[in-house]
Design a binder for this molecule. Structure first.
Ligand code: GSH
Length: 202
């Protein structure tokens, strides 16, 4: 069986996996689920991810692996996108945990509120707060990237891919990236990687 990705086209979490698979040149099947129609909450899908969220990567033996950053880690093992050194690997995890706790809940959710106003109705009053916290995360990234080309070491890793996915579309969440020159240069650097695909490629 071929790798199969359960996905949703505008999802940055899904895009992380699509981008890495493209950079690796790995063939896979995609199954689109419409999150607006609740298609991630069917019994069939909940058997793959009881948390009812894409992305889920189904492996060759049928094992279903949810959580975008866990999928990135799995796919990157043994490639140039995951360093070998103990401390560098921990630094990659550091930025992936930062992405999930201090970045995605604000930068991605502000975008979700603006792109899916129907689904995000309950969260709409929180837009301003999400943007404030999102700006804090972007500021942390800007500080780290000043004088560095990539988040960890000297080359692109899954730390960059995890953070790139929602940062490069942050303007759709109302963020002004013009305030962050080092971050903007890093976005352009990631987009120049051979094999790069845009979020809209599906
Ligand atoms: N922490 C998860 C978050 C996944 C997530 O939030 N998925 C959203 C789309 S971006 C989803 O499937 N939402 C559907 C729902 O919750 O009903 C990851 O990184 O994979």
């Amino acid at each position: 069986m071929m790798l199969r990705l359960y996905d949703y086209p505008s999802s940055g979490n899904g895009y992380k996996v699509r981008l890495l698979l493209a950079l690796l040149g790995t063939a896979y099947e995609r199954v689109d689920l419409d999150i607006e129609k609740g298609e991630t909450h069917t019994a069939d899908f909940l058997a793959r991810n009881p948390n009812g969220k894409i992305p889920v990567l189904e492996l060759e033996d049928g094992t279903a692996l949810p959580e975008s950053n866990a999928i990135l880690w799995y796919l990157a093992e043994g490639t140039s996108y995951l360093p070998e050194g103990r401390l560098e690997r921990a630094q990659v995890l550091r930025w992936m945990f930062f992405e999930q706790y201090s970045h995605e809940p604000y930068v991605a959710v502000a975008r979700f509120i603006l792109m899916h106003p129907g689904m995000a109705r309950g969260q709409a009053p929180l837009l301003r707060e999400k943007q404030d916290r999102g700006y804090q995360a972007l500021g942390v990234m800007e500080g780290h990237l000043a004088g560095r080309a990539f988040f960890v070491g000297e080359s692109l890793s899954v730390a960059d891919i995890a953070l790139y996915a929602y940062t490069h579309v942050a303007e759709e969440g109302g963020f002004d990236l013009g305030r962050f020159p080092a971050l903007t240069a890093w976005l352009a650097r990631v987009a120049r990687t051979p094999g790069y695909v845009p979020i809209t490629a599906v």
